[in-house]
Ligand binder design. Structure first.
Ligand code: ATP
Ligand code: MG
Length: 245
């Protein structure tokens, strides 16, 4: 029998607004401005996916990290593994990292990932793409290419959805934002940040969360446009040991 499991983000506050954590058989997306903590959360999940959880009958497992912006830092893994009292070299060996330079490569990598998951069902628990839209932004520049971009994005997301369900994997995507520059400068700090990827991404993701930097280095996470979760927000922190309260 396969159980849906939830991975801890490292922050009890964030877990609470997510209804437990980052869930398997689902796609979770985080978006937010630069340095809001998206990549740090991805690194934290690389470690917590390997943490057994008896209450959930979860054994822990391997992680596939698809890097589209050269953001994966093996050095960050050790202190996070130390925090969770896991052997850091073992943790690092269980993270399979691959680099995608464009959307075509990203698609091919997902196909390979599917083959890897198929060979060893139950071995992999988490698939990360940091970030999902970066290669699309590079490959499809003009307004005339938008519909082709969204079609290709849709194909990729339906593949991700199938993979998460077929292999009981948590899919974690990071995404960038557009800021509405038409607002007066004084309002810009409080301006509503919006994810890119349009309706195609909005419909494919199960849960969306925005990360923000507030006043005095304060960091905030907020559930965004969810059909089944309250739109709560909470504070969190980034430390050497990863995401925390
Ligand atoms: P981008 O959109 O540019 O990719 P991001 O949301 O992925 O941004 P991160 O790389 O996750 O941003 O966050 C970077 C921030 O994390 C840094 O500004 C720093 O404040 C914080 N950070 C990184 N490493 C540490 C650490 N070891 N200890 C404390 N804070 C850290
Ligand atoms: Mg990043």
């Amino acid at each position: 029998r396969r159980h849906i499991f939830q991975l801890t983000t490292g922050s009890k506050n964030i877990n609470a607004i997510l209804g437990g954590g980052i869930e398997s058989m689902a796609i979770t997306e985080v978006f937010g401005e630069s340095r809001s903590g998206k990549t740090q959360l991805a690194h934290t999940l690389c470690v917590t996916a390997q943490l057994p959880n008896e209450a959930q009958e979860y054994q822990g497992g391997k992680v596939m990290f698809i890097d589209t912006e050269s953001t994966f830092r093996p050095d960050r893994i050790k202190p996070i593994a130390d925090r969770f009292e896991l052997d850091s070299s073992g943790v690092l060996e269980n993270i399979l990292c691959a680099r995608a330079y464009n959307s075509e490569q990203l698609y091919e990598l997902l196909t390979s990932a599917g083959n890897v998951f198929h060979k060893d069902p139950g071995m992999f628990k988490l698939l990360i793409i940091d970030s999902i839209m970066a290669p699309f932004r590079v490959d499809f520049i003009g307004a005339g290419e938008m519909s082709e971009r969204q079609t290709k994005l849709g194909l990729m997301l339906s593949k991700l959805q199938k993979m998460s369900e077929e292999y009981n994997i948590a899919v974690f995507l990071t995404n960038q934002i557009t800021t509405d520059m038409s607002q007066p400068l004084t309002l810009l700090n409080n301006a509503e940040v919006k994810p890119i990827g349009g309706n195609v991404l909005a419909h494919a993701t199960t849960t969306r969360m925005v990360l923000k930097r507030g006043q005095f280095q304060e960091r905030i996470a907020k559930i965004y446009g969810s059909p089944n979760l309250e739109e709560q927000e909470t504070k969190f922190d980034i430390t050497l040991g990863g995401i925390t309260d």
